[in-house]
Write a protein that binds this ligand. Structure first.
Ligand SMILES: NC(=O)C1=CN([C@@H]2O[C@H](COP(=O)(O)OP(=O)(O)OC[C@H]3O[C@@H](n4cnc5c(N)ncnc54)[C@H](OP(=O)(O)O)[C@@H]3O)[C@@H](O)[C@H]2O)C=CC1
Ligand SMILES: O=C(O)[C@@H]1CCC=N1
Length: 336
């Protein structure tokens, strides 16, 4: 398992130093370093700050574009955040690791961030102090307390991106200062290999610039689309959680082969390649999956016999129920 997963999420920690030009083009800034105040808002010493940590990516690169300059940073340290990180393992990252500041209460996940060159802290407020673009990647039930903690440090220059499942823009806007530029993002695990599927929605304080910035920043991690907020929970059921359904299917495929006598390692590799190839054909041809499925079926052949078994097991209805259950759970989490 990628050690990065234990630490943060792609979006959170993976964020890098990005600068968005007035035209919405993200620029990796390596120019004039920003003077970053190093003092911690948690007095007297953030290193012993008892407050719970946030996951954030501090950043301090500055880019001057058209007379403007912006500083982008991330906050939050969820497992997914790795996807957006510019680590040696993820060379496509648009932000240098040194521009990322990640915050968490313990070193459990932070160690991996440090090993990849990111800066870390146990003080959430330090992230706000040093960063403009902040990713919130704690578990959903932890987020309200974190928002309460950072609220005094959030200003009009910050762009706050939440990855928390089920936490609505309305809640985020209620718990942060009025007018704060807020975006709600739902990534998925494959962001860590730049094959993610992400959607986001903007809050009332965010504009086209913030939307373009996020989309451009995350585009290196996979598909990233702005959608109405009502689609976020559906995407969670389809893709954020959906990755786990696919792993379950991959496991079942491989175990079927093991049952028939194939070694486990080989079976797992072939199962993964089968999923990868099937997905690639679907994306590259644009064909409906039902059509492609039919293409594989030779009349009276092996595939139709296997599909008959899957239909007896109500695979399609079961998967549809799974998407519905996860979507409904995301909706319910907003009320928890
Ligand atoms: N996992 C996934 O595939 C997806 C997850 N998400 C969302 O991402 C978020 C994180 O999920 P996941 O990556 O699984 O969780 P993890 O447990 O891996 O990461 C959560 C991190 O939050 C840190 N944390 C806990 N309390 C605080 C605090 N008070 N201040 C700052 N940081 C804190 C934890 O620190 P410590 O290490 O010290 O415990 C931990 O590093 C969730 O909101 C989830 O809904 C969204 C889409 C997909
Ligand atoms: O299981 C969860 O709640 C999170 C959100 C999507 C994937 N993992």
């Amino acid at each position: 398992m990628d050690p990065g997963f234990g630490v943060t999420s792609l979006v959170t920690a993976p964020w890098h130093n990005w600068v968005l030009t007035p035209r919405g083009v993200p620029v990796l800034t390596r120019g004039v370093p920003t003077a970053v105040p190093m003092g911690c808002l948690c007095q007297p010493d953030h290193r012993i700050c008892p407050r719970p940590p946030l996951l954030h990516v501090p950043q301090a690169d500055r880019a001057g574009v058209g007379g403007q300059e912006q500083i982008l940073a991330d906050i939050g340290v969820p497992r997914l955040c790795w996807a957006t990180h510019p680590t040696p393992r993820v060379p496509q990252g648009k932000v240098p690791a040194s521009s990322i500041l990640a915050s968490a209460p313990s070193d459990r996940n932070l160690d991996a961030w440090r090993e990849s060159g990111c800066r870390t802290t146990h003080c959430n407020l330090e992230v706000l102090q040093e960063s403009t673009l902040v990713f919130l990647a704690t578990k959903p039930h932890v987020l309200p307390g974190v928002l309460q903690e950072i609220r005094p440090a959030v200003g009009p220059h910050h762009i706050v991106v939440s990855l928390a499942a089920g936490v609505t823009l309305q809640t985020l806007q209620r718990l942060l200062p009025a007018g704060t530029k807020i975006l709600r993002l739902m990534p998925n695990l494959p962001c860590v290999v730049q094959a993610g599927a992400m959607v986001f929605a903007r809050g009332s304080g965010a504009g086209d610039g913030e939307s373009a910035l996020l989309k451009n920043l995350l585009s290196s991690c996979g598909l990233c689309e702005e959608v109405p907020e009502s689609y976020i929970n559906i995407h969670t059921g389809l893709s954020g959680s959906g990755v786990a359904y696919v792993y379950l299917f991959a496991e079942a495929l491989a175990e079927g082969a093991v049952k028939m006598g194939m070694p486990s390692g080989l079976a797992s590799r072939i199962a993964a390649q089968t999923l990868l190839g099937a997905a690639k054909v679907m994306l590259e041809t644009g064909e409906h999956p039902a059509k492609l499925r039919g293409d594989v079926c030779t009349p009276g052949g092996t595939t139709i016999h296997a599909l008959h078994q899957l239909e007896k097991g109500a695979l399609r209805a079961t998967v549809m129920n799974a998407v519905e259950a996860a979507t409904n759970r995301a909706c319910d989490m907003a009320k928890d």
